[in-house]
Design a protein around this ligand. Structure first.
Ligand SMILES: NC(=O)c1ccc[n+]([C@@H]2O[C@H](COP(=O)([O-])OP(=O)(O)OC[C@H]3O[C@@H](n4cnc5c(N)ncnc54)[C@H](OP(=O)(O)O)[C@@H]3O)[C@@H](O)[C@H]2O)c1
Length: 395
């Protein structure tokens, strides 16, 4: 799009823009963002924000709920009706915002119109996507357009991939020399309550859909590790490349792994992942996975929001092993001579010690999920009698 369109759009903007508009505020992630905003904004009285989405009633309910939970008066928070499929409504929303925070996913399906309209309207853009393909689309299609419009577009600002990105920067800043590489190991803790409630649905359908759409082992930290297929490595790579061009800082290489308590669980994940990948490539099975998520996941995936509190005690920890050179060493001619270890923990304020105890619950949860999926997939293959290899070859 040429820059004159951007300029024209900017001129059409309303005079007083809101500081922030949360789009997709009625979703599971959006609801939590609104609750956090309600809590944080008490310390920033002049801060103006709105919730946006396609359903007024649901947005009102999210605001009522957040007001109750935070004890804040949210009567001045504006409600904006906007639908991804209605360009004019997106335009109107973006013209009212300095920054659009997009929680409406899957992003490969719904994200592009929101990014494009934000740029056209001169509103900065942030989202919580965790989709690699979307990250690539944004870089290829919107980088130039955003630069010309003077708009910041920041994607994957959720659990994927803020902790990894900040963790590497932290190691870099505190290394005391030149950091060359980081190996990161993600440890997850699933609370007992999550295990108990799993068949009532604890994974949102949009995350399941993202996984279906995109879809090798060693031991460290006394756990079994697999390469982590998320967006972390790509995001860290972008930041490191930016630091190289902006500050001439030597980029650190980044490798991400996810860890499991036992080798059986790790192999189970590989097997379930491989089967899920194959099934997602076969049209009729892909339809089955997308149309009957609850049955296919033994109740884990849900269209509803998981019950309040079920996710509260979930924790994530990144153990980061950095390697590099002490100040003064010749980074071109000598091998790395210094090692550091960093840790990024993400946990609720209430439960700030979840990694001190046993992780048996996590193991049990993962094992049940994995073996149930494999069992399901095996049965389906038998029933349908599909010649998998033939179907895959024809794909
Ligand atoms: N990076 C991370 O770590 C991370 C963490 C959590 C989630 N996510 C991602 O965030 C996304 C949202 O997850 P979620 O669990 O919050 O999903 P969700 O509960 O299904 O929420 C989706 C939101 O998008 C809205 N929406 C859907 N179609 C729309 C349309 N045509 N126009 C306007 N709004 C529309 C929904 O509005 P209605 O209420 O009207 O249906 C809802 O507000 C997913 O892609 C997920 O993968 C990433």
């Amino acid at each position: 799009m040429d820059s004159s369109v951007v300029e024209k759009a900017k001129k059409k903007e309303t005079p007083a823009r809101l500081d922030l508009v949360v789009f997709g505020a009625s979703g599971y992630t959006g609801k939590h963002v609104v609750q956090e905003l309600a809590r944080i904004c008490r310390s920033y009285p002049g801060f103006t924000w709105a919730v946006a989405g396609r359903n007024r009633e649901r947005l009102e309910m999210v605001l009522r709920d957040a007001a109750k939970k935070s004890g804040s008066d949210l009567s001045s928070v504006r409600i904006i009706i906007a639908d991804v499929d209605d360009e004019a409504s997106l335009m109107s929303m973006c013209q009212q915002a300095k920054l659009v925070l997009n929680c409406c996913g899957p992003f490969v399906k719904f994200g592009q119109p929101v990014v494009e309209t934000s740029i056209r309207c001169g509103a900065h853009y942030v989202d919580v996507s965790g989709e690699k393909l979307f990250l690539e689309i944004l870089q290829q299609k919107y980088d130039q357009m955003a630069r010309e419009a003077g708009v910041a577009v920041v994607t994957t600002c959720g659990l994927s991939s803020v902790p990894a990105d900040l963790g590497v920067i932290y190691l870099q800043n505190n290394f005391g020399g030149t950091l060359n590489s980081v190996e990161s190991y993600l440890i997850m803790h699933f609370p007992q309550k999550l295990l108990a409630e799993r068949t009532k649905g604890v994974v949102r359908y949009s995350s399941w859909e993202s996984m279906i759409n995109r879809c090798l082992v060693h031991k460290r930290l006394n756990r079994w590790c697999l390469p982590f297929p998320g967006t972390d490595a790509a995001v860290v790579d972008i930041t490191q490349r930016h630091l190289l061009s902006a500050e001439q800082k030597r980029p650190a290489q980044y490798k991400a792994y996810i860890t499991f308590p036992s080798i059986c669980t790790a192999f189970g994940v590989v097997l379930a992942g491989a089967l899920l990948f194959m099934f997602s490539k076969i049209p009729c099975l892909r339809k089955l996975l997308l149309n009957y998520p609850r049955i296919c996941s033994f109740g884990i995936v849900t269209y509803d929001h998981p019950e309040d509190g079920v996710m509260d005690d979930m924790c994530f920890q990144y153990e980061m092993f950095g390697e590099g050179w002490v100040t003064g060493d010749d980074v071109e001619q000598t091998p790395p001579s210094k090692k550091v270890v960093g840790r990024v923990s993400i946990q609720t304020i209430r439960n700030n010690n979840c990694f001190s105890g046993e992780l048996k619950t996590t193991q049990k949860f993962l094992e049940k999920c994995i073996w149930q999926s494999i069992f399901f997939i095996a049965i389906i293959s038998q029933i349908i009698g599909l010649p998998l290899a033939t179907a895959l070859r024809s794909e």
